[in-house]
Ligand binder design. Structure first.
Ligand code: FES
Length: 71
């Protein structure tokens, strides 16, 4: 699905970069998402956030935080 109509960037493009460990700002620089009209920014940020929430690194960080809070 196209997220950014102005730059023709799909959710797959964003997911691929987010899974490579890039944050929204880095993805924006790399792909140019949300750099024209800006209407896609919220949606693009949601896609990045969903990838972060489901990435193994995020789960490890979350687990570490839980362990530390119980110590
Ligand atoms: S739709 Fe992404 S900048 Fe316009």
């Amino acid at each position: 699905m196209i997220i950014c109509v102005c730059r023709r960037i799909s959710d797959r493009d964003i997911v691929r970069h987010a899974r490579a460990g890039m944050g929204f700002d880095e993805i924006q620089l790399e792909l140019g998402v949300a750099t024209q009209c800006g209407r896609c920014e919220g949606c693009a940020r949601d896609v990045v956030a969903q990838c972060s929430a489901t990435s193994p690194t995020a789960n490890i960080k979350q687990a570490t935080h839980l362990l530390e809070s119980h110590a």
